[in-house]
Every structure is written in C-alpha cells, then in structure tokens.
Ligand binder design. Sequence first.
Ligand code: DAH
Length: 347
Amino acid sequence: MKDLIQKLINEAENEIKSSLTLASLEELRIKYLGRKGSFTNIMQNLKSVRSEEKPAIGQALNAAKNELEQHLTTKQKTLEEEVLKQQLSDDSFDTTRPGTHYETGHIHPLSQVQKEVEEIFSQMGFAIQDGPEIESEYYNFEALNVPKDHPARDMQDTFFLADKSHDHHGRMVLRTQTSPVQIRTMEKFGAPLRVIVPGRVFRYEATDASHDSTFYQVEGLLIDKNISLANLKGVMTEFLTRLFKKETKVRFRPGYFPFVEPGIELDMWCLLCSGMGCRVCKHTGWMEFMGAGMVHANVLKAGGIDPEVYQGWAFGFGLTRLVMMKYGIDDIRLLMGGDLRFLEQFS
Ligand code: DAH
C-alpha cells in the first residue's frame, strides 16, 4: 500500500512539474484530490486494509495529500506570476496607455475671468454688488441722466418687456448696461462708496462676430471726498497690470456718456506689443478698453448723494470683450454658444 502511495506521489509530482498552464494544473488537482480523484479512491479502499495497519497507512496518506497540495499551490503561484509577466511584456498590453478619463466639467471662461477681476478689485477695497437684469426705464436711463426722448437713448438698442403696467419708474427693460446698479448702490449705502458690479446685459442688436444680444460688463464706482480721475488712472493701471501679469499703461481720451462729466475713454497698452505698435492694435500701440468719467452731478443727486460734498468716478468695461482679448477669441458668439469643443479648451 505504501508503495502504491509513493508511486502516486511521484507520478503526481512529475505531472505538476511539467504542467504549463493554470488550467492543466487545475485538472491535476481534480485528478488526484478531487471527489473521484486517485487519493480519494485509496482512502475508500482503506476498508480492505488490515486493521492494525490502518493508522500507519492513514497517516502516510494524509501526509502525501498535504505534500501534494503544497506542490500544487507553489506551482500555481509560479504560473500566475508567469502569466502576469507575460502580460506586462506582451506588445498588445500597452502599459503607457492613459487610464479611464472621467468627465468632471469646469468653470466657464467668463466666470473664471470674472473671479479674477473680483479678486483684484476686492484687494483694492472694492465691494462686489449685483442688481436685477430686468430693470425699470428709470434706473436704466432716467436716473443716469438720460431723460425720455433724449437722443443718447439711441446709443443702446433696448429690449422692452411686453408688460406695460408700470408705475412712475416707466416700462420694464432688459438692462442694457450695469450702470443702473450705480444708482441702486448709492441709494442703499450712501457715500463714501467703492464697488464693482459684474453682470449680464442685453442689447437688441443683430449678431455678428463682435456683437451679441447678451454679454457681460463690469461697472465700477468710487465716491468719496477729493476724488479725481488721477485715482482712476492709478486703479486701472494696477488692475490691468495684475490681470495680465505684465506692466501695462493706460491713457485717457475724451468720450461722451450722459452719466459722467467729463467723460473719457480709457485705452490700455496693446497686449501684444506693449505700446510699440503692431497689427493687432493697428500700429497705434493702444487698445480701447472702457468708458469712464467723473460721475455727473445729476446722477449723484438721483442716488441721494450731495454733489457739493462728494465726487466720484465711474467706469464700465465689457467683461466679454476682456475674455476675448485675454484668450485671443475672435468671435463673441462662441462664448454663449455652448459648444463643448470650444469650452473644453478652458478646463
Ligand atoms: N454703460 C456704458 C455702456 O454700456 C459704459 C460706461 C461708460 C459705464 C462710462 C460707466 C461710465 O460707468 O462712466 O456703454
């Protein structure tokens, strides 16, 4: 009997050694240790063994079984390692392939730049305010020194709401500018005042590469005693230098806006050539940036502030245009168009 066991072990060991795949190894496990396997068979035949020999043979059988199990496990590990090695060195398994890409979304470029603008002005002590996008004619025009029937109303093509039932504040409009929030913040906080107002505005305009019916502006308002346009020059030079992370200069030109007197247009150094003159700035060295001026006495009065005591300046620039300048975008429609091929470049 013992010889039989030994023979079986030798045979099994040889077969395990020469087994080349995990599948064939599994077959061997079944062949020797399975329910109908060779060792199970011998166990069953133990009945026919003489009883005084039974314990010794039983022990030998168990020891043989354990030995076999160990061989099988060792061989299994070796084969598994080999499979892994093979996979790693196999040309068809490319370890440099990028993993699964998960879509996470990101902040829209307009919001990204808006946040940067807010951070810079906050550091300079400006509060951030907002106001309604559906506005009354009074706040959008009258209070800003643009009386009814004044030709300056034609400067901004306006969407009027169909609902005509309104009080002394006139009809309702989609605000054409963020300037009405000047009046609202003056009414709310009085003087002195230092705010910026980023926000969405609307114009009844035909769309093309540089016009959209919806775009974004940033309004600025500073009111205090002894304020002059020199302060505006300093604030804007600092703002633009920080935003574009390179030295920037600004210049004033006369400009007309009903809510300021005097009114100016502010130009900044061309982003590309820093004043040298290039194709982008049409060889002037400057780019138009925004309208501004000293707040008109009528506007201060409309906001409840005494123009004999306080002065201030205001400005308004196009946030949408700023984003276009910053990233060299040549069609405004891309920004509100929702085309992912465009937006995904800003993640
Ligand atoms: N609201 C003007 C516009 O939309 C821009 C502007 C010009 C705002 C001069 C101002 C300002 O506050 O002082 O065209």
